[in-house]
Design a binder for this molecule. Structure first.
Ligand SMILES: C[S@@+](CC[C@H](N)C(=O)[O-])C[C@H]1O[C@@H](n2cnc3c(N)ncnc32)[C@H](O)[C@@H]1O
Length: 412
């Protein structure tokens, strides 16, 4: 009979195969795997930790494995070796336990390639330290972080290698329901708390009753730049699945949310229903000006590379190229032009991206202001720590906070 292994590791390896091939985001691959496997909470936690851990440390792990591999390693064998190497080199699991577990798993999953797991995982060791293996980013992206954060870049890049906390916006009754279920609530930023929860958030009473909404404090802080929104009309451009729209509506705004993707709006509508909120959702391609009346308060949370969210979405860095940054910057420019057309004179236009690259943030705003004498930057004073520049601010992405670039513009 083959030796047993923890099914969490099999689930993690299968999820990693999908994510590395580009077939699914980590969260989706894990959710789908976990919903079928029905693991104990502890094992579900291990599977999650392995998938995200491998993706966060991908550059170190591939550099460690490279000298031990010849030719093309099949996808599943590679995912298994990455998970084994992560446990041995990063988590510090005792080497004999790593080899036993992963060789048993390899016998079940890899057939005649199982000998590879034994040979490689016994020998794998930490690779030479280079900027790529130290920060687990391609060298060109290390330069982007250094450009954006200067002396604080190293702290940001290291923080991105740690697990993402669970940040939740809560109502008073939502916070009480979480505490009743044994959750630990730590102060976060404003209405967003850092929560340690034993079980699944979606299975909690607080979730079902609409008392909580996951959101990173940096993302919440962007919504606060619009000021007091109570009773006021807000255009939420590129509103997507409506997380920022929900936060604005909860503070009393009347939000019209526009996005090109109707599926995201369907998700937004369902989430609004859960939160007992009402909003208006319209489909629009914002590369051209939308057909809606102008508003005093406009938010453009533009599509971006997501380099400020690598802690929670480490798979992004596996595929990112300088070309994708340039393409998105071009789209952001067009969308900011469209946003300007629906900002009333005297009104406020907040631009934001969850990316730390210069091209998607300061450069977009700088170019816009150069061509728009009718707009001025009024400074982005955020409720989270941030680094200011001439046009806006970049949130300081440490202690679990995401990296956003945002600027608050006023139409003269
Ligand atoms: C950063 S996400 C928005 C997240 C959202 N504001 C929230 O807080 O949940 C960017 C959004 O831009 C949308 N988008 C991309 N291209 C677009 C286009 N040409 N016109 C309108 N929306 C677009 C995407 O569908 C995506 O939902």
């Amino acid at each position: 009979m083959p030796a047993p292994f923890n099914p969490a590791r099999r689930l993690a390896v299968n999820a990693l195969v999908r994510v590395r091939r580009g077939d699914a985001f980590a969260a989706t691959a894990l959710d789908e795997g976990l919903s079928k496997a029905r693991l104990e909470p502890r094992d579900a936690g291990l599977a999650t930790h392995l998938v995200y851990g491998v993706l966060r440390h991908h550059f170190t792990l591939t550099a460690a494995l490279a000298p031990l591999l010849r030719g093309k390693t099949p996808d599943k064998a590679m995912a298994l070796l990455l998970a084994g190497a992560f446990e041995k080199l990063i988590l510090g699991t005792p080497p004999h336990a790593v080899v036993n577990e992963y060789v048993s798993l390899a016998k079940a999953e890899l057939g005649k390639l199982s000998g590879l797991a034994n040979a490689v995982l016994r020998r794998v060791e930490a690779p030479e330290v280079t900027p790529e293996t130290e920060f687990n980013l391609p060298a060109w992206l290390v330069s982007e972080f250094e450009g954006g954060y200067g002396e604080q870049a190293e702290a940001v890049m290291r923080d991105f290698l740690t697990p993402a906390p669970l940040w939740l916006w809560t109502t008073d009754s939502g916070a009480r329901a979480l505490e009743d279920e044994g959750a630990l609530l730590e102060p976060g930023v404003g209405d967003v708390l850092k929560v340690v929860l034993g079980g699944s958030l979606r299975a909690s009473k607080a979730w079902r009753e609409g008392g909580v909404q996951p959101i990173n404090p940096a993302s919440y802080a962007v919504t606060e730049l619009l000021g007091d929104v109570k009773g006021r009309r807000v255009l939420d451009l590129a509103g997507g699945s409506g997380v920022k729209a929900a936060m604005l509506t909860a503070r009393g705004a009347r939000v019209t949310s526009l996005d090109v993707d109707a599926r995201k709006h369907k998700a937004a509508e369902e989430n609004f229903k859960r939160l007992n909120l009402q909003g208006e959702f319209r489909q629009a391609d914002l590369r051209t000006p939308p057909d809606v009346p102008p508003a005093d308060l406009v938010l453009l949370d533009a599509p971006c590379t997501g380099t400020g969210t690598l802690r929670a979405h480490p798979e992004i860095k596996l595929r990112l190229t300088p070309t994708s940054i340039a393409e998105l910057a071009e789209l952001q420019r067009h969308m900011l032009e469209s946003a300007a057309t629906v900002t009333s004179p005297g009104g406020t236009l907040v631009y934001s991206v969850c990316s730390v690259t210069d091209a998607e943030g300061p450069a977009v705003v700088r170019d816009f202001l150069r061509h728009h004498a009718d707009f001025e930057s009024v400074g982005a004073h955020l409720t989270v720590p941030s680094v200011q520049d001439d046009f806006g601010a970049r949130t300081l992405a440490v202690n679990g906070i995401d990296g956003f670039y945002t600027a608050k513009l006023r139409r003269l």
